[in-house]
Design a protein around this ligand. Structure first.
Ligand code: PLP
Length: 391
């Protein structure tokens, strides 16, 4: 027999993408056009995206992972790349798969973003780039990171998978050197699966195009317009990391709504900040945002002060129908592949991993769902429910 269902609302998912009639219509138009693969909608999406982020150019991909791999390969990095371990494995995987060495650095335990001071400590003769990861929707201290990069003649590749639309002093995440974005359904906008690279040097676009599409610089839909359109010359051994025009058409619609979607996330986050602090401020920390930064809350992450209560709260939320998660535990340097090959000492990261909880966050969260989350968390701490869950 199934256990009794928790009271209304029975299930709050971690994420629910905001998609509607406009996206359906955009997909229908692509299907009707007969051109489904990488094509003109990719070009339109790239132009709109680079205009939004504030870079001269952008290139679509079928995921952020492929965007990262292609950007590192395309830039011909060879050596060490410094990144946080408090990230999704995709950040480090891309570095390894592109033939470079990941070097893990510490985070700031308040913002959970890469600590600029620790980056400096990890720079060696072999360092070629820094990969800041904008965690959960909050931009890193890019002013400091860019100054370090300039001082040591390093490139910067921003993993902005979790952050579209956040800025530092008005300059957007992903616009500083090379930026990589994800359009997975939990992200600020979605195309189902998808990614984007933003960049400044237009000639980099040709290299990215070749790495992404079998080594051939000109895509099929562009070759169609030239003589000898059948002539395909592979200039390098490329992948197939292309985005379809179906995904690009969805992305174009979603991008028009991104500010509106982010504003709703920010509104929900303000509400949770205020009420979680009121009911459980002595037990947890709500997300911290510096004055000069914006946060677009791709995830809403709280930190439980007493880490022994974190796992119990996770279990409690589950019994109450709230789909929370942990981003990220274990940190990448303690995951099997990396622990063996790239050991690192990162006590702050290891501590934060044990304390964080990602609560449901998406633009269409209802008021009663927000209130229910606050009520359940208050109840947990008020009644020491964690003790019952643990023992
Ligand atoms: C920081 C970070 N980088 C990269 C990725 C990979 O993105 P994708 O699933 O689009 O490949 C993710 C995905 O969640 C992520 O959080």
């Amino acid at each position: 027999m199934n256990p009794p269902l928790p009271p209304f609302p029975r299930q709050i998912p971690l994420c629910r993408p905001s998609l509607g009639e406009e996206e359906l219509q955009a997909v229908k138009e692509v299907l009707d056009s007969g051109w489904l693969a990488h094509g003109p909608k990719n070009k339109e999406f790239e132009a709109a995206f680079s205009a939004y982020v504030g870079t001269p150019s952008a290139a679509c991909f079928n995921s952020c992972a492929s965007a990262l791999i292609t950007a590192i390969k395309g830039a011909k990095f060879q050596g060490e790349i410094i990144l946080p371990s408090f990230t999704f494995s995709a950040s480090a995987n891309a570095i390894v798969l592109a033939g470079c060495t990941p070097v893990f650095a510490e985070i700031n335990p308040t913002t959970f973003n890469l600590d600029p001071e620790d980056i400096e400590h990890r720079i060696t003769k072999r360092t070629v780039a820094i990969m800041p990861v904008h965690y959960a929707g909050q931009i890193c201290e890019m002013d400091k990171i860019m100054a370090i990069a300039k001082k040591h003649n390093l490139r910067v590749i921003e993993d902005s998978a979790e952050t579209l639309g956040a800025s530092l002093n008005g300059k957007q995440a992903g616009s500083f050197d090379i930026g990589c974005f994800s359009f997975y359904p939990t992200k600020n906008i979605t195309t189902g699966e998808g990614g984007m690279v933003t960049f400044h040097d237009p000639s980099f676009g040709e290299t990215l195009g070749a790495v992404k599409a079998h080594g051939v610089v000109k895509p099929t839909f562009e070759r169609e317009k030239i003589t000898k359109s059948w002539y395909r010359d592979a200039v390098l051994p490329g992948f197939n990391f292309r985005m379809s025009d179906i995904n690009a058409a969805i992305g174009l619609v979603q991008l028009k709504k991104v500010n509106q979607l982010n504003a709703k996330r920010q509104e929900h986050a303000q509400y949770l900040n205020q009420h979680l602090t009121r009911v459980a401020g002595q037990h947890l920390e709500v997300p911290h945002v510096d004055d000069i930064k914006t946060h677009v809350y791709q995830m809403y992450v709280i930190k439980v002060k007493d880490h022994l209560k974190r796992d119990a709260l996770m279990e409690y939320l589950k019994t109450k129908g709230i789909q929370a998660s942990v981003h990220f535990e274990p940190p990448v340097h303690l995951q099997s592949y990396y622990a063996e090959r790239y050991p690192a000492r990162l006590p702050l990261t290891e501590q934060v991993c044990k304390q964080v909880i990602t609560l449901p966050m998406f633009p269409d969260l209802k008021q009663e769902e927000l209130d229910y989350m606050v009520e359940v968390i208050a109840d947990f701490f008020d009644h020491d429910s964690w003790i019952r869950c643990t023992f």
